[in-house]
Write a protein that binds this ligand. Structure first.
Ligand SMILES: *Cc1c(COP(=O)(O)O)cnc(C)c1O
Length: 361
């Protein structure tokens, strides 16, 4: 077996231990004589998987009891629609901080449902940063403020969040959830596609204040109704069983690593190794993100020419460093260094960057 260091942005690397456990259990899950892929979502065996996943995530986040956790399908992209359908009511205005192409997509879905405004945009500067708290001014009758916690494509991340007072704060945390502790009680709803940082494609983790999702429009399409998903405990219909099972395993793995504070320490250490090269050779490795907004999940940069970027990706591959190509919409290089990327992977990338600079400067 030869596994590479996988810098893909999503679907992305999973902890090797988790994959090995899945492999070992695949044919006979928990003594059922069946695979997890073959059992009922209403069986006691899956019920245990679901409840433990929720409990472990609750522990990791130190989540207050007035929040609920549930799993949905449809990816982060369906959440772009669910949010305005649930919360953008008649006479209200939805506020969006536009910090990347996923923010913009979320905004466009809200516009289809009601009145939505961008209260900040770094688009003219190539999405180089997220707003400082004082830069976000909310309109009257504001239904909610939507932010994208980590901008996966552009490589920027919030480390302090806007103050919204009584206005609900909603976040797309698809690419940074469970990578570090954060003040969860500031948020009314958080959604997170699993395939970046906490599992495989196929499910979305939603964390919501119970009173926020309660009592919404009964005529919503049922699969988009957060209250139904919460009340039915993710089991209104057949949920993405296999994906939830793996998210649960990742949550247990995170606890074993020491929880989110321990993850933050190593994630910061990993990111610093790579940003250090950007700071040492700024003419060669041109970081895309403004320093104060630098993501510790996705490091994005350009080289002096497209040819050098292609060569970087190719030579990286030969050194066992995969998935370094930037998103097709922005080009350049992107190293996604989520929870499952070990420190050694970032050390190997930093060594490669040092050599590549030496040989190509
Ligand atoms: C990947 C991503 C999405 C889109 O997720 P899909 O599951 O592909 O719909 C949305 N938001 C962010 C921040 C992402 O990284």
């Amino acid at each position: 077996m030869s596994r590479i260091f996988n810098f893909n942005a999503g679907p992305a690397a999973l902890p090797l231990e988790v994959l090995q456990e899945v492999q070992a259990e695949l044919l006979d899950f928990a003594g059922t004589g069946m695979s997890i892929l073959e059992i009922s979502h209403r069986s006691p065996a899956f019920e245990k998987v679901l409840q433990e996943a929720k409990e472990d995530i609750k522990d990791l986040l130190d989540l207050p009891d007035d929040y609920g956790i549930f799993f949905m399908a449809g990816g982060g992209s369906l959440q772009f629609s669910c949010v305005p359908f649930n919360f953008l009511t008649e006479g209200k205005v939805a506020a969006y901080a536009d910090t990347g192409s996923f923010s913009d997509k979320a905004f466009q879905e809200a516009e289809k449902v009601g009145k939505a405004v961008k209260v900040f945009s770094s688009k003219p500067q190539g999405y180089d940063r997220v707003p400082r708290p004082e830069e976000v001014a909310l309109p009257d009758n504001c239904a909610y403020l939507h932010i994208t916690g980590n901008n996966t494509i552009e490589g920027t991340e919030y480390f302090t969040y806007p103050e919204t007072g009584d206005v609900p704060l909603i976040a797309d945390m698809s690419s940074e959830i469970l990578s570090r502790p954060f003040p969860v009680e500031k948020f009314s709803l958080i959604y997170s596609g699993a395939q970046k940082n906490i599992g495989p494609a196929g499910t979305v983790l939603v964390i919501a204040r119970k009173d926020f999702v309660a009592g919404r429009d009964k005529n919503l399409p049922v699969m988009m109704n957060y209250e139904t998903m919460l009340d039915k405990d993710s089991l209104y219909n057949t949920p993405p069983v296999f994906a939830i099972y793996i998210v649960g395993k990742v949550a247990k793995w995170l606890k074993k690593q020491g929880g989110l504070a321990a993850m933050e320490a190593v994630n910061r250490q990993k990111a610093a190794l790579i940003y250090n090269l950007l700071d040492t050779y700024p003419e060669f490795y041109k970081g895309r993100a403004a320093k104060e907004s630098r993501s510790i999940m996705n490091v994005t940069f350009n080289l002096p020419t497209k040819e050098l970027e292609a060569k970087f990706v190719e030579e990286g591959k030969k050194r066992g460093l995969g998935g370094l190509k930037g998103h097709r919409s922005v080009g350049g290089i992107r190293a996604s260094i989520y929870n499952a990327m070990p420190l050694e992977g970032c050390e190997a990338l930093a060594r490669f960057m040092e050599d590549f600079h030496q040989n190509n400067k």
